[in-house]
Design a protein around this ligand. Structure first.
Ligand code: GLC
Ligand code: CA
Length: 540
């Protein structure tokens, strides 16, 4: 296995709007992140993935970019950015940017030009048709929107304020490479590439036999013709000249062809965020079409993705981010065993193979939120769904609210709960989205145990290279509650359930407990009784 700094690193995702507000306008900002650099240093992470901070009308919270060369005024200035980058570097932390180039904002000057006329020089920067097919957007409704100027329709896989760029146009690709160079020349350490698997579109937009979102993504939107040529060109034109890392968000990338994106000999991406785990409870209509999954499904997904990477690829390991519910609510137990299960999930993240990515707030065990009204939610995805389906025959508003409590992206977007002061120490003003009302009980001060647990796991991962590079071997695959695996001389036993497991025979003949969610010490005797959500890391 080839050694690389980005395999050994631990990533941490900052969602800027919700991290820390420095000036009382209720919106997290760059100086706010600067205030919390000590926190990141203490935690021990190596790389910050900074969510989009570019100029944007915020239809999709910054994932709709109006100007790739400008910092959004609500986040601060370019000087603030430069200072943050310098400070992070000085403290030994790298920074990667979110590169959102499947689409721009409809307020980007390219699109404002393109829509004017059919012969506008920017027309071919986007996809146009006079006969829209049956594609639907991620956030509901047709993926085609008509413009008044010419009567034609443009493609938008996300909101109608996010027109898709036409990557088959070499000028578009060149613009993207220029943007990348601009940020790399400032010294950023790489990119998280937003929905990068979707950039290549079919030559002709034929109707899809099904308009279920999952089907559309897998069969029409992802892995389009030319995708690998584009990524290889991006490497040749830009990435090969910098020692940086890339992680592509990969909806629709399956285990069968993931290596085509990340195999070390292909010079495309270093790793991807695979979404099988995150989509595991999605029905054909997407996340609000909830389907329960089993622990076996969960385990299988982790094992199979590890296998899929073989020796040439590399995974990124994550359990949540700004697009999904909080991990302790989704995969743990956020009421009775919040602290225990938050620690256990940290153990899974940090002892598995792949570069771990911690989402802000996990280190204090933050949970999902359950606002009592849809009006308290901000996400365009929720409001589009509501407009389209309620009132209607499929679902009532009350039922929908329940699903929102479980599945909404805003679960992960409420402000970070730093302490128990007003607004959880996030802002002195009115936060852009309400703070989770549980902040008095759930905050960094009350969750020190979780924070310290992360800290120790991160330092172990850095000291013990087996935890980075050793192969994964899973035992007791069929066990309905236990995830038990080995990495070199380290064994991890996780009881991922609310049940006590009596007399579990792990068969490890000798060793010591390095860490445990329940402060177990010494030799882990065979026939061990495991507490609910107990996790143990053993050194053989
Ligand atoms: C990615 C982002 C998500 C955004 C979408 C469109 O999935 O993570 O937040 O809405 O792309 O840019
Ligand atoms: Ca602010």
């Amino acid at each position: 296995m080839q050694k690389k700094w980005w395999k050994e690193a631990v990533m941490y995702q900052v969602y800027p709007r919700s991290f820390k507000d420095s000036n009382g306008d209720g919106i997290g900002d760059l100086p706010g992140i600067l205030e919390k650099v000590d926190h990141l240093v203490e935690l021990g992470i190596d790389i910050v993935w900074l969510g989009p901070i570019y100029d944007s009308p915020n239809d999709d919270n910054g994932y709709d970019i109006r100007d790739y060369y400008k910092i959004h005024s609500e986040f601060g200035t370019m000087e603030d950015f430069d200072l943050l980058l310098k400070t992070l570097h000085f403290r030994g932390i790298k920074l990667i940017m979110d590169l959102v180039v499947n689409h721009t904002s409809d307020e980007h000057e390219w699109f404002m030009e393109a829509r004017k006329s059919k012969d506008n020089p920017y027309r071919d920067y986007y996809h146009w048709t006079d006969e829209p097919n049956n594609y639907i957007s991620y956030f509901g409704g047709s993926a085609w929107e008509q413009t008044e100027e010419t009567g034609s329709y443009y493609l938008h896989l996300f909101t109608k304020k996010q027109p898709d760029l036409n990557w088959s146009n070499p000028k578009v690709r060149k613009e993207v490479y220029e943007i990348m160079k601009f940020w790399l020349d400032k010294g950023v350490d790489g990119f998280r590439m937003d929905v990068i698997s979707l950039i290549a579109k079919p030559e002709v937009f034929k109707n899809s036999p099904s308009t279920d979102l999952k089907f559309l993504i897998e069969n029409h939107y992802a892995n389009g013709p030319g995708i690998h040529e584009y990524l290889q060109e991006m490497y040749r034109e830009v990435l090969q000249f910098y020692d940086v890392m890339t992680v592509g968000e990969g909806p629709g990338i399956t285990k069968a062809h993931a290596l085509n994106y990340v195999s070390s000999d292909r010079n495309e991406l270093n790793m991807i965020f695979q979404l099988d785990l995150m989509f595991m409870d999605f029905g054909p209509m997407g996340k609000f079409d909830y389907r329960p999954f089993t622990f076996q499904d969960f385990k299988r997904c982790w094992m199979e993705w590890d296998m899929a990477m073989k020796d040439n690829g590399w995974n990124n390991i994550f359990l949540d981010n700004h697009d999904f519910p909080r991990m302790v609510s989704r995969f743990g137990n956020d009421s009775l065993f919040r602290i225990e299960s938050a620690k256990l999930l940290a153990m899974l993240l940090l002892t598995f193979r792949g570069t771990p990515c911690i989402y802000q707030g996990s280190e204090m065990g933050m949970t999902n939120v359950a606002f009592s009204s849809l009006d308290d939610y901000d996400d365009v995805e929720i409001h589009n769904f509501k407009r389209e389906h309620i009132p209607g025959d499929r679902i009532s508003e009350a039922e929908f609210l329940k699903i929102v409590h479980r599945q909404a992206r805003d679960n992960a977007r409420t402000p970070v709960q730093w302490d128990d002061s007003e607004n959880a120490g996030f802002t002195e003003g009115e936060p852009w989205i309400k703070v989770n009302p549980n902040y008095k009980e759930v905050n960094l001060d009350t969750s020190r145990e979780i924070f310290d647990f992360y800290k120790r796991l991160i330092s172990f991962r850095k000291s013990y290279t087996d935890l980075v590079y050793a192969d994964l071997e899973v035992y007791d695959v069929e066990h309905p509650q236990i995830f038990f695996y080995r990495r070199g001389i380290y064994f991890t036993i996780l009881n991922m359930s609310d049940k006590v497991i009596l007399k579990y025979r792990h068969g490890i003949d000798s060793g010591i407990v390095l860490m445990s969610t329940h402060n177990r010490k010494g030799f882990p005797q065979n026939n061990i009784d495991l507490n609910p959500w107990e996790g143990i890391l053993i050194k053989n």
